[in-house]
Design a protein around this ligand. Structure first.
Ligand code: CMP
Length: 143
């Protein structure tokens, strides 16, 4: 079954949005297959955001994502990569529809509450950066 990486970023954790966000994901019918609270290291952040190295906002992005704990979760389900991306909304919260996580809970692109994988290749790579195979549980899925 398809998997994606969801990060509830430091702003989402500090603002107490973890339950709200995970509740939406679960109510949609997706399953949490792995989850942990972790202060992301500079090394893992650099791997995760390698495609943004050299961009103007890169150092701010790394500073922010490593500033305090994030919730890291592997989410599983049918078409989960696109499904969770739709639930997250556009990267810029001010362009995100109301009803999406970013549209409802954020105003700044730098503090946009969640990260979600954008395709099958990035999902595999991002999950491997944060989770070992042993940490990922198997569900009997009944959506
Ligand atoms: P995310 O989905 O985690 O992927 C890369 C992140 O870079 C993105 O969400 C934004 O939070 C962040 N980002 C993108 N553009 C900017 C920007 N102009 N300024 C600051 N952060 C940005």
């Amino acid at each position: 079954m398809e998997k994606t990486l969801l990060i509830i970023k430091p702003d989402g954790v500090q603002r107490g949005l973890v339950g709200e966000i995970l509740g939406r994901i679960e109510k949609k019918g997706f399953k949490i297959s792995a989850m942990k609270l972790e202060k992301i290291s500079k090394e893992k952040a650099g791997i995760h955001y390698a495609e943004h190295a050299g961009k103007g906002f890169y150092s701010e992005l790394l500073e922010f994502i490593t500033s305090s704990p994030s919730v890291l979760a592997v989410i599983e389900g049918k078409n989960v990569i696109d499904g969770v991306r739709k639930m997250a909304g556009k990267t810029n919260p001010l362009e995100s529809d109301l009803g999406t996580i970013r549209g409802d809970f954020a105003v700044a692109v730098s503090h946009n509450v969640v990260h979600t994988s954008d395709g099958p290749e990035s999902s595999k790579r991002e999950i491997e950066n944060f989770f070992s195979n042993e940490e990922i549980q198997t569900h009997i899925l009944c959506t």
